[in-house]
Design a protein around this ligand. Structure first.
Ligand SMILES: [Zn+2]
Length: 110
């Protein structure tokens, strides 16, 4: 690379260390067009993997909530059915007892 100010040849190591041209003193603009370092690549992969994992976890959470809601509704329905059945049975028993008492009174059992 060359200094954009005076055209003096520059080494990258020099640029990294001093950031100023050793010939004319101009500030050297370090361009970030250099290939990404291994650390950056690994960091990028890790970041994207983390984001993907986070999204997957979030999706599972939402899905789990959905399943839990479905289960809750099914359980609620079961409970309602059980209560209805109990009510029918109690009602039936009450009707039978009342009928027996009435019939007993009419017939003269007591
Ligand atoms: Zn220079």
């Amino acid at each position: 690379m060359k200094c954009e100010h005076c055209g003096a040849p520059l080494e990258i190591d020099q640029m990294k260390q001093i950031k100023f041209c050793p010939y004319c003193g101009a500030e050297i603009e370090i361009k970030e067009e250099m290939p990404a370092s291994m650390t950056e690549v690994v960091h990028g992969i890790a970041k994207s993997f983390f984001i993907q994992s986070a999204e997957k976890i979030r999706y599972n959470h939402e899905h789990a909530a959905e399943i839990a809601e479905q289960k809750r509704k099914a359980r609620q329905e079961e409970n309602q059915n059980a209560r209805k059945m109990m009510a029918y049975m109690m009602g039936g028993l009450f009707v039978m007892m009342t009928a027996t008492m009435l019939v007993g009174k009419i017939i003269g059992w007591y």
